[in-house]
Design a protein around this ligand. Structure first.
Ligand SMILES: [Zn+2]
Length: 293
């Protein structure tokens, strides 16, 4: 990759050199032209060279870098080494919460977490465990405008959640409060939901569920604080109730930590008489200190 950049750089430099030489020769071949004409041509050649140099500098300064290790990368923002470090979640897993099991306990057996504290939503699935590389991807998409990561992340989510998507009438991204959406310019869950809808042909319903009051960031809050922070924060718009009633949905979010946010969203949709609500996230926290069943 480094070699590629260096050769591209050399090619661009020699092209720049050639164009400069031609301009100078052209000027010398016309001694009868006025000084004004010479000055004008020289200024124009300078402007062209500067434009070329500026573009070259941009190309050199901004190659796509792997979001995790900052090495130049072709394509989708994660290099092969970092991709290999992601912990993709695969069966066997809890059919309700999507938590991976160490061994297969047999069909239909739920995790202790699902039995002890059943969520409002039906089933949850996640593409990867929320570890260091996953966290870097999520933060880059959410806070650093790396929307180029959404296609790969969405594709992995579509694969992890294909059963849920096949059963659903539409995908619903977890909404931001309008004030946060305005300051962040886009909703990362919406970006992921759009990719999944494009990939699978699923319907997307973005405007029905709303965050009706701003909430504190969930980072750093306890499980109980997270639940009370988002309680009553979501509602279905009065004029969209008919789009929800009797239909099955998959909520789309970037991360599932305690599940408080998607639980509050599911409650709001179920209050509007949704037939079922499942959850699909890019990454979920898996507590490795607890026995999974
Ligand atoms: Zn990397």
């Amino acid at each position: 990759m480094t070699t590629c950049i260096v050769s591209a750089y050399s090619a661009r430099l020699s092209a720049l050199g050639r164009s400069g030489t031609l301009s100078r020769m052209d000027a010398e071949a016309s001694p009868s032209r006025s000084i004004t004409s010479h000055l004008s041509r020289a200024a124009s050649a300078c402007r062209g060279a500067w434009r070329h140099a500026a573009q070259l500098a941009l190309d050199i300064a901004l190659p796509t870098l792997c979001v995790a290790c900052r090495e130049p990368v072709h394509g989708e923002g994660v290099c092969a080494q970092c991709w290999a470090k992601l912990s993709f979640i695969a069966p066997p897993l809890c059919p309700r919460l999507g938590i991976p099991f160490i061994y297969d306990p047999g069909p239909g057996l739920l995790s202790m977490e699902a039995i002890a504290d059943p969520p409002a939503y039906g089933r949850a699935r996640a593409a990867v465990r929320y570890d260091d590389v996953a966290r870097t991807l999520v933060h880059a998409l959410k806070y650093q405008d790396r929307t180029d990561l959404a296609p790969a992340m969405g594709r992995w989510m579509a694969r992890a959640g294909h059963e849920l998507i096949e059963d659903a009438d539409a995908l619903i991204p977890v909404p931001l409060h309008w004030r946060r959406g305005w300051s962040r310019r886009y909703n990362q869950s919406g970006a992921l939901a759009r990719v999944i809808a494009d990939q699978t042909g699923a319907n997307l319903l973005s405007e029905a569920l709303r965050r009706i009051r701003p909430t504190q960031q969930q980072i750093g809050l306890s499980r109980t604080q997270r639940a009370s922070n988002v309680q009553g924060a979501f509602a279905v718009a009065a004029d969209r109730q008919s789009a929800i009633q009797g239909r099955r949905f998959v909520l789309i979010d970037d991360v599932l930590t305690s599940g408080a946010t998607v639980d509050a969203c599911a409650r709001a949709l179920l209050r509007a008489k949704a037939a079922s609500v499942d959850v699909l996230v890019f990454a979920r926290v898996v507590d490795t200190h607890k026995a999974p069943i």
